[in-house]
Design a protein around this ligand. Structure first.
Ligand SMILES: [Zn+2]
Length: 362
């Protein structure tokens, strides 16, 4: 297990070290292409950038399956530049401002050059008393790149719309937990890559498409476009979810290291009960830890995937994570390995007969 944990951690580390704000996912695409590069694997793109990978000798019949993990991460873009050359921000996805204040920011200028700065704040020594107990909001956030004026920022080609990414060290904690920024959803991308490499030489009886979707964090947009191209019978969204196993978190079932978390419901989707049963049984059969849970916040690509092809049997397979949408997210490598195991077993088993018998509405 130790070797598997280390391998998975190394994969997660590669993907988490990439900056891939929504709409700017190309570096994640490049890494995914590189790490799955094999004549057995081909890819297509959709019109807004999602990548669709599949076996070169994929069967011409059998159920069509889409497995989607989003490639994008939350962050900011520059809203405007103050006279003193500090950057005010517009949010991409949902970030609690408190979690980034005082950390390092990365800003990309118009030519893609990287600048390091600070998510600034007023030092406590000079902070007005009434502000001390107030939670900072987006309007209070700014980035300090050390510029003296707006002109200096502009001379450095920092402009309205320049993208801003969070930063955080990547490390393996207590031999099991990967810690990194953008864990949501590079953990899912790492699992997607692992499954592609496991099955590429296998003879499947279904037509499987592995999709790195774009712009999930701003409204599941890459799921909406890729599902139109693929027209799946079965769809799986592979994404991180909130873990409840930390001090003062509201009660909830998901925790790190407990295995695959099968989502039953969230704000956008009631997952397919037949598919849930099928995967629960599969988990039991192969001794893979799997449990059900109801999400108390958030949604996934499943919300769009379910509308594909006149209605698609859809589920979300979740990877519990602590500290979502912040500079340091934490996932158990055991959970990622369990998710890869379960999906691999599913792909090796499912065929037209199984689909017609257990999943399709007759
Ligand atoms: Zn996510």
């Amino acid at each position: 297990m130790k070797k598997e944990i280390n391998n998975m951690y190394e994969t997660v580390k590669k993907y988490c070290s990439i900056d891939g704000l929504s709409r700017y996912e190309e570096k994640v695409v490049d890494e995914l292409k590189k790490l799955t590069n094999d004549k057995k694997i081909q890819y297509e793109r959709d019109g807004i950038g999602s990548i669709i990978l599949f076996q070169s000798d994929k069967p011409k019949s059998g159920p069509v399956i889409q497995i989607a993990a989003h490639m994008d991460e939350v962050g900011f873009i520059v809203q405007d530049i103050t006279d003193k050359g500090q950057l005010r921000l517009s949010m991409i996805g949902g970030i609690w401002p408190l979690t980034v204040i005082g950390t390092k920011a990365i800003v990309y200028n118009a030519e893609g050059k990287k600048y390091e700065g600070v998510f600034g704040h007023t030092s406590i020594h000079i902070l007005e008393l009434e502000k001390r107990n107030k939670v900072p909001e987006l309007k209070d956030l700014y980035i300090d790149l050390g510029f003296k004026s707006k002109k200096e920022a502009e001379d450095n080609l920092i402009e309205i719309g320049s993208r801003v990414c969070l930063t955080g060290d990547c490390f393996l904690m207590n031999n099991e937990y990967a810690v990194a920024k953008a864990m949501d959803n590079r953990a899912g991308i790492a699992v997607l890559e692992e499954i592609i490499n496991r099955i590429k030489n296998k003879k499947l009886k279904s037509q499987v498409y592995f999709v790195g979707t774009v712009q999930e964090e701003v409204g599941t947009r890459g799921a909406k476009t890729s599902v139109q191209k693929i027209k799946p019978n079965i769809a799986i969204a592979l994404d991180t979810c909130a873990s409840h196993d930390t001090y003062q978190a509201i009660p909830g079932i998901q925790e790190l290291g407990k295995g695959v978390a099968l989502r039953i419901k969230d704000m956008g989707t009631l997952m397919d009960p037949k598919l849930i049963d099928y995967l629960m049984k599969l988990g039991k059969e192969y001794n893979i830890p799997v449990y059900k849970y109801v999400a108390q916040g958030g949604g996934t690509d499943a919300a769009e995937l379910q509308y594909g092809n006149g209605g698609t049997a859809t589920i979300t397979i979740s990877l519990p994570q602590r500290y979502l949408h912040s500079p340091l997210g934490v996932c158990s490598m055991k959970d990622l390995i369990a998710a890869a195991d379960l999906i691999e077993k599913f792909l090796l088993k499912i065929d037209q007969k199984e689909f017609d018998k257990y999943i399709k509405y007759n």
